[in-house]
Ligand binder design. Structure first.
Ligand code: CDP
Length: 212
């Protein structure tokens, strides 16, 4: 079983994906980490995030087993990740890894921006998670403060909006729901309610498929 969970920045897709994977005993891949790792490699090397040659070289030599997830969540890396993610050669270099991951038995939950549209268009269930920008910013602020980052709410909101805009407008695999994705708005849902809603969608999709 492959479950695709896409959505804009800090929509709650990562938390939902992790918990859905645990509930169904599936592997989980946070694909944002791949773009973050490319961005961090460039920043560490003193290269600009829009340096296409450096970015595609970094994407081609990525080792996801060596990821330091905490370092990849830093704000500077976050901002640069959506710049490298707009480079077609970077995206191409990361496709096989994601598809191979999805194909590992017994299946996987992948979260990102283009899982339902590009990486796994044949996924068994696709969910597109949204929430109001102010609510997403609030959640991200709490997350960043919990890890010790001093951040201002208006800066985080501005970052989310800037990245959403870039992710929506790019030509390569833009952020958009697959035509057969279920929309899940978590603006008024806590973590438990969002997880229950996602599981209800997955169960309905599986039952519908068996009948159909
Ligand atoms: O956690 P958050 O939603 O803030 O970001 P993320 O999922 O870690 O993704 C960071 C950036 O990577 C996004 O702003 C996108 O530009 C890019 N990304 C992408 O283009 N395609 C994906 N499948 C996942 C992330």
């Amino acid at each position: 079983m492959i479950i695709a969970i896409d959505g804009p920045a800090a929509s709650g897709k990562g938390t939902i994906a992790r918990q859905v994977a645990a509930a169904y005993g599936l592997h989980h891949l946070d694909t944002g980490l791949l773009y973050r790792a490319v961005a961090k490699a460039l920043l560490d090397a003193g290269a600009s995030p829009d340096d296409e040659a450096a970015a595609s070289a970094a994407a081609a030599t990525l080792d996801p087993r060596a990821f330091d997830e905490n370092a990849l969540k830093a704000q500077a890396v976050t901002e640069a990740s959506s710049v490298v993610a707009a480079i077609p050669r970077v995206r191409e270099a990361l496709i096989n890894y994601q598809r191979d991951f999805a194909a590992r038995p017994p299946g996987a939950v992948l979260d990102g921006r283009d899982i339902g549209t590009v990486i796994a268009p044949g996924a068994d269930v696709k969910i597109f998670v949204t929430a109001a920008p102010e609510v997403r910013a609030r959640r991200r602020v709490l997350e960043l403060r919990a890890r010790g980052d001093q951040v201002k709410e208006q800066d985080v909101l501005a970052d989310l909006k800037r990245r959403d805009e870039r992710d929506l407008r790019r030509a390569a695999a833009p952020l958009k729901p697959a035509p057969d994705a279920y929309l899940l708005d978590t603006t008024h849902l806590g973590i438990d309610a969002a997880l229950r809603a996602a599981i209800a969608i997955i169960e309905a999709a599986r039952t519908g498929r068996k009948r159909g």
